[in-house]
Design a protein around this ligand. Structure first.
Ligand SMILES: *[C@@H]1O[C@H](CO)[C@@H](O)[C@H](O)[C@H]1NC(C)=O
Ligand SMILES: *[C@@H]1O[C@H](CO)[C@@H](O)[C@H](O)[C@H]1NC(C)=O
Ligand SMILES: *[C@@H]1O[C@H](CO)[C@@H](O)[C@H](O)[C@H]1NC(C)=O
Ligand SMILES: *[C@@H]1O[C@H](CO)[C@@H](O)[C@H](O)[C@H]1NC(C)=O
Length: 328
C-alpha cells in the first residue's frame, strides 16, 4: 500500500533523463563503430537539441485515430484548473456540497477510487480523469496476477517491483482494455495512462517510440468509442505523432528541466497541459516561480500548473498562490 503511492512521483523526470542519456550514448557509440567499419549503416542520428528523437523510426504501423470534434469525446479546455491525488482515494462524502480545492478537474487513481466518489464529483460539476499505469507492471494492483512473466521487461529504476511492459503483447493489451472499460464503468471522463515512455528508458524488451505510438493509437480507438478523453503522460518526443489522437498532456517537471516549450503544441491545438512541479524544500510560495511564462518556465503559456508533494498526496499549491489539502 505504501508503494503504489509514489507512482508517477518525483523520480520520473530523473529516471527519464538518465534513460535518454543512455540511449544517446548507445546510438552515438554504434554510429562511431559503423563509421569505423565503413558499413554505411545510415542510422540517421538526429543531431543536437536534447536528442529526443534518438530513434530513426517513428512511423506508426496503423493510422492514428483522430477524435471527432462534435463533442462526443470529452475534451477538457486549455487553462483548466485541476488537482491530482494518487496516494490514496480522496474523501468526498456522498452528498457533499463542495470539495477542496474548488477546481474543475480531478485526476485520481482508477483502482483506489470508488464509483460513488466519482458520482459525487460529477454532482458537484467536476470532471474526473482516472489514472492507471498502462506501460508498467505494478505488483499491488487487483489484476496484477494476470500479467505473464514474458510480458515484463526490466525494472523501473526507483520503483521496486515495477517492470516495463511489452506494449505489443496481446495479454497486456487485454488487461489494459479491461482497465479502460473499468474507467468507463466508473464514469471517468478521461484516462491518464502512465509510463508511455519505455523507449526513453532501459526497458530490456526493445520498446521503441513506434511501439508507444501504436499503443496510444490503439488506446485512442477505445477511449473514443467510450466517449472518454485520453491523456499523454510526459513522452515529449512522440507528441508530434500522437497529438491528434489524444485530448491533453499530463506533464511533470518541465520547469525543473527547462523543457515546457516541448509541450506547447498541445496548447496551440486547443488541448490543455496538466503540469506538475515538485519543489524539494518548503511547502509554499512556489507559484511565482512555476507559473510565469518566462525563464525556466518559458513556453508554459496557459499551462494548468499545480505544485505538489512528491508522493501526490492531497496537498496542492495553485498558481494564484492558494494552498489547500484535499482530504484523503
Ligand atoms: C460524433 O461523431 C462520431 C464519429 O463520426 C459519431 O460516432 C457520433 O455519433 C457523433 N456524435 C454526435 C453527438 O453527433
Ligand atoms: C487561466 O485561468 C486563470 C484562472 O485559473 C485565469 O486567472 C487566467 O486569466 C487564465 N489565463 C488565460 C490566458 O486565460
Ligand atoms: C483504429 O481503428 C481504425 C478503424 O477501425 C483502424 O483502421 C486503425 O488501424 C486503428 N488504429 C490503431 C492504432 O489501432
Ligand atoms: C522563450 O521561448 C521563445 C520561443 O518559444 C523564444 O522566442 C524566447 O526567446 C524565449 N525566451 C526566453 C527568455 O528564453
Amino acid at each position: 500500500m505504501d508503494e503504489q503511492k509514489m507512482k508517477s512521483g518525483s523520480w520520473w523526470g530523473r529516471r527519464s533523463r538518465r534513460g535518454k542519456l543512455l540511449v544517446i550514448a548507445i546510438a552515438v557509440g554504434i554510429f562511431i563503430v559503423a563509421l569505423g567499419l565503413g558499413l554505411g549503416l545510415g542510422l540517421g542520428l538526429n543531431n543536437g537539441s536534447g536528442g529526443d528523437n534518438s530513434e530513426s523510426s517513428t512511423t506508426p504501423a496503423s493510422p492514428l485515430p483522430t477524435a471527432p470534434t462534435n463533442g462526443s469525446v470529452y475534451q477538457p479546455p486549455v487553462n483548466s484548473t485541476w488537482q491530482i491525488v494518487l496516494l490514496k482515494s480522496i474523501n468526498v462524502p456522498d452528498g457533499a456540497s463542495s470539495v477542496v480545492p474548488d477546481v474543475g478537474i480531478f485526476d485520481i487513481d482508477l483502482f483506489l477510487t470508488p464509483k460513488s466518489t466519482i458520482d459525487t464529483l460529477h454532482n458537484l460539476g467536476k470532471k474526473v480523469i482516472c489514472y492507471f499505469s498502462a506501460g508498467s507492471y505494478e505488483p499491488d494492483r487487483p489484476d496484477s496476477n494476470q500479467f505473464k512473466a514474458s510480458d515484463q521487461g526490466k525494472g523501473l529504476k526507483g520503483w521496486p517491483g515495477e517492470k516495463w511492459l511489452n506494449l505489443n503483447s496481446d495479454n497486456v493489451r487485454s488487461i489494459m482494455t479491461s482497465r479502460i472499460n473499468l474507467a468507463a464503468q466508473k464514469g471517468c471522463d478521461a484516462i491518464d495512462p502512465d509510463n508511455m515512455d519505455a523507449y526513453d528508458n532501459d526497458n530490456g524488451i526493445g520498446m521503441t517510440q513506434t511501439d508507444s505510438i501504436n499503443f496510444i493509437g490503439w488506446m485512442s480507438n477505445q477511449t473514443q468509442s467510450l466517449r472518454m478523453g485520453l491523456g499523454l503522460k510526459n513522452a515529449a518526443a512522440i507528441i508530434p505523432s500522437v497529438l491528434p489522437a489524444v485530448q491533453f498532456s499530463v506533464q511533470e517537471q518541465c520547469v525543473q528541466f527547462s523543457e515546457c516549450d516541448k509541450y506547447s503544441p498541445f496548447i496551440k491545438s486547443g488541448k490543455p497541459v496538466f503540469h506538475i512541479e515538485y519543489p524539494s524544500e518548503v511547502k509554499s510560495n512556489f507559484a511565482s516561480n512555476f507559473c510565469k511564462n518566462d525563464g525556466p518556465a518559458n513556453g508554459s503559456y496557459e499551462f494548468s500548473t499545480v505544485i505538489k508533494n512528491f508522493n501526490l498526496d492531497g496537498w496542492i499549491e495553485q498558481c494564484n498562490g492558494a494552498t489547500s489539502t484535499t482530504p484523503t
